[in-house]
Design a protein around this ligand. Structure first.
Ligand code: PLP
Length: 267
C-alpha cells in the first residue's frame, strides 16, 4: 500500500495509544505466560456506580461497572482484551490483523478501530446469511465503523462457517496473506484466548483498587456478565478467585435455538 508504514507510529500525549510494560497483580504472578506489554487503548478505569433498579429484594444492592464507557469506537469489553492482543501483534512484527465474528460483531468493530489506531491493516471474516454473502453488506451499525476504519471485509455464510470453522477460515486467509508477503496476526473469535483473558484479570485489579479508594465499606458478593466467546467470564473468574475480591462470577449465555430466535439461560 502506498505510504504504508507497517510499524506503529502512534504519537501520544497522556498515555493513550502508548505501549506500556505489563506487570500483573501479585496474586496473578504465578500464571504463565505473563504478557510483557500492553497498548493503552481503553479509557480506564471505567466508573462503578450504584444502579437503583426498581423492586430489588431487601438487603440487595446492584452496582454497575460501566465498561460501555471504555472509549468511543472501541467501547465495551473487547478493548480490554485488545490491549494485550494488539501489543502481542506488534511485538510479533505483524502488519495486519485477521479476526472473525458475526456480521455485527462488536469485537470485529473494536479490532478494526484498534488496528487503524496502530497503523495496521485489518481483515475481518464476517458470518452472515447465505443470501447476503454475495451482496454488499451495506453500512449498517458496526459495518459502518469498520468501513470507516478501512477494514477489509470478507463474508462467509453461516453454513460455510459451521462446516469449515472459524479457526480454519482464519488460517486460510492467513496463508493467502502470507503468500502475498504480508505478516498477519490472527485474533480468535471475541479475542477470547489466554492472552485476551488477561484483560479481565486486569479488570479485577481495577475493581479492587476502586473499592479501596472508594468511601465506605463496599463488598461485592456476586458479579454477573453477559457471555459470548467466554473470555470476559474466564478473566473475571480467575481474577476474583486469586485476588481478595472472592465474588462469585455468573454469566448469562445466549443460546441460539433457531437462527431467528435467541433464548437466554443462566449458568
Ligand atoms: C462480546 C460481548 C459480550 C461477551 O463477551 P465475551 O468475552 O465474548 O464472552 C457481552 N456483551 C457485549 C456487548 C459484547 O460485545
Amino acid at each position: 500500500m502506498a505510504g504504508h508504514d507497517p510499524k506503529p507510529t502512534a504519537l501520544t500525549i497522556g498515555g493513550f495509544l502508548a505501549k506500556k510494560p505489563y506487570k500483573p497483580p501479585s496474586w496473578a504472578s504465578h500464571l504463565n505466560p505473563i504478557p510483557s506489554h500492553t497498548f493503552s487503548l481503553g479509557h480506564l478505569p471505567t466508573p462503578i456506580h450504584k444502579w437503583n433498579l426498581p423492586n430489588l429484594p431487601e438487603d440487595t444492592e446492584v452496582w454497575i461497572k460501566r465498561d460501555d464507557l471504555s472509549g468511543m469506537q472501541l467501547s465495551g469489553n473487547k478493548v480490554r482484551k485488545l490491549e494485550f492482543l494488539m501489543a502481542d501483534a506488534v511485538a510479533d512484527g505483524a502488519d495486519c490483523i485477521i479476526t472473525v465474528g458475526g456480521i455485527q460483531s462488536n469485537h470485529c468493530r473494536a479490532t478494526a478501530v484498534a488496528a487503524r489506531y496502530l497503523n495496521l491493516d485489518c481483515y475481518l471474516i464476517l458470518r452472515t446469511s447465505k443470501v447476503l454473502v454475495d451482496r454488499d453488506p451495506g453500512l449498517i451499525g458496526n459495518l459502518l465503523v469498520e468501513r470507516l476504519a478501512g477494514a477489509h471485509v470478507e463474508l462467509v455464510s453461516k453454513e460455510e462457517y459451521a462446516r469449515i470453522g472459524s479457526v480454519t477460515l482464519a488460517d486460510l486467509l492467513k496463508k493467502r496473506l502470507l503468500s502475498e508477503g504480508r505478516k498477519p496476526y490472527v485474533i480468535p473469535v471475541g479475542g477470547s484466548n489466554s492472552l485476551g483473558t488477561w484483560g479481565y484479570i486486569e479488570a479485577i485489579r481495577e475493581i479492587e483498587q476502586q473499592i479501596q479508594t472508594g468511601s465506605g465499606e463496599i463488598r461485592f458478593d456476586d458479579i454477573v456478565v453477559a457471555c459470548g466467546s467466554g473470555g470476559t467470564i474466564a478473566g473475571l473468574s480467575l481474577g476474583s478467585t486469586f485476588s481478595n475480591l472472592k465474588a462469585k462470577v455468573y454469566c448469562i449465555v445466549a443460546v441460539v435455538v433457531h437462527s431467528h430466535e435467541t433464548r437466554f439461560a443462566t449458568y
